[in-house]
Design a protein around this ligand. Structure first.
Ligand SMILES: NC(=O)c1ccc[n+]([C@@H]2O[C@H](COP(=O)([O-])OP(=O)(O)OC[C@H]3O[C@@H](n4cnc5c(N)ncnc54)[C@H](O)[C@@H]3O)[C@@H](O)[C@H]2O)c1
Length: 383
């Protein structure tokens, strides 16, 4: 298929700048660009599913330039574990890695994060490139310096900050994503619009209402929006520990619902982005109780969730108490001194304007108020 376009945008994360190249049907060009890096070896970190779906063209193309070693594991967040990190690092060293080698992260945020940690540890840092294949990776995780794997006790406990040399996206690779995975990154893109770029909300509504979320032109628009929104924030706060915390909009209740749902349904449960969308519905309600967002703005949240096909109610069999147990230990507590009866949350005065200060957009919210919002989002008979 002919390449239809090729675009490059700089990603500026507080002075660390790398190019993000993207287009539709541009995998051959991506291979050429990687081939021009002068690598002595490519180490492709991926998962078995992505490898089977899209690996052949990338691997055979790269193989024309340098030896290729594939490090693939079964898909899922369980891949981001210390034993896998150790095995990958030992494997690449045994296979002859040098400082001229390039680690290629090929897949979603999971292989992307594992590859990021491998690249930053190997010889104290070798070149990393991302070839994302999910909307989460393309629109979120590759626009970040954060690279992390999980400990046996929790998510993203072990990690580093590392910039890639470049990101290369062929939007066509996203066409094979199941709806739930497609939605996940689009929910995060919607979050960026609501919390950072309100001027884009009308166009976002128009595009989502038109349906066909997988259309390349829709995905390219959402990608460009994500790049603009995320870098507007991370340029000032590349480590996402101050003003960048606005990116956590929807994550307090969202993460809690996600954890409860994963315990019940595992991989069958909500995607991360869908859970964040639900979390935004809760945060919008709480913002309204503070005299911030008005009814119309809360309705915009609901409409966007519906247009994305994202659930707008907490899944069955999860109780308000279970959600609140996780909210109580939310990891944003460390950024804002809150009492045992409060949660630190991102709330909006209006779309694009968080409460708090520019350097710390967090608000202490009484748990009773959070509970009311969660209760309002329970399925009909559980309210
Ligand atoms: N700042 C950051 O670094 C950052 C930001 C956001 C998310 N993350 C991390 O990203 C991870 C989630 O990323 P994800 O949602 O991409 O998960 P993932 O990498 O597990 O991919 C989800 C599923 O989609 C499949 N898949 C990938 N590409 C596909 C394609 N083109 N067609 C069909 N199926 C495909 C995978 O095999 C997998 O089963 C989490 O671990 C999260 O912590 C990191």
């Amino acid at each position: 298929m002919a390449e239809t376009d090729w675009n490059t945008r700089p990603v500026d994360l507080g002075g660390v700048v790398y190019p993000y190249h993207y287009g539709v049907d541009c995998l051959d060009r991506i291979v050429d660009e990687l081939g021009a890096m002068g690598a002595d070896r490519f180490f492709v970190v991926t998962d078995d599913h992505v490898l089977a779906l899209h690996g052949e063209r990338l691997l055979s193309g790269l193989g024309a330039h340098a030896p290729v070693e594939v490090l693939s594991l079964p898909p899922g967040d369980g891949m981001k574990a210390l034993p896998n990190l150790a095995a990958h690092v030992e494997h690449v060293i045994a296979a002859g890695a040098s400082r001229r080698s390039v680690v290629v992260a090929f897949g979603g945020g999971v292989p992307g994060n594992l590859a990021g940690v491998v690249a930053s540890l190997l010889f104290r840092g070798v070149r990393l490139v991302h070839v994302p294949t999910t909307t989460v990776a393309a629109m979120d995780s590759v626009i970040s310096l954060k690279q992390a794997i999980n400990s046996s006790r929790g998510k993203n406990h072990i990690g580093t900050y590392r910039a890639p040399e470049a990101v290369y996206l062929d939007v066509r690779l996203l066409a094979t994503l199941p709806d739930k995975q497609l939605r996940s990154g689009l929910c995060e893109a919607t979050k960026n619009c609501l919390a950072i770029r309100p001027d884009s909300i009308p166009e976002m509504r128009r595009r989502l209402a038109a349906g066909n979320l997988a259309a390349p032109e829709t995905l390219v628009w959402l990608l460009e929006e994500s790049l603009t929104a995320k870098t507007a924030v991370t340029r000032r706060d590349p480590y996402e520990q101050g003003s960048g915390l606005v990116l956590e909009y929807g994550h307090t209740v969202g993460h809690a619902v996600e954890m409860c749902d994963q315990r019940l349904r595992g991989a069958e449960g909500l995607s991360h982005g869908e859970a964040v969308m639900l979390g935004m519905l809760a945060a919008a309600r709480i913002s309204r109780t503070r005299g911030g967002l008005d009814d119309a703005s809360v309705t915009v949240h609901e409409e966007l969730a519906q247009a994305l096909g994202a659930p707008t109610r907490v899944p069955e069999r999860i109780s308000v108490e279970q959600v609140m147990d996780v909210v109580r230990v939310d990891n944003k507590r460390g950024y804002l001194p809150v009492s045992g009866e409060e949660a630190a949350m991102v709330l909006l005065r209006e779309h694009g304007v968080p409460y708090g200060t520019p350097d710390l957009p967090l608000t202490a919210v009484p748990l009773e108020i959070v509970k009311e919002a969660v209760t309002d989002l329970m399925p009909g008979d559980a309210r």
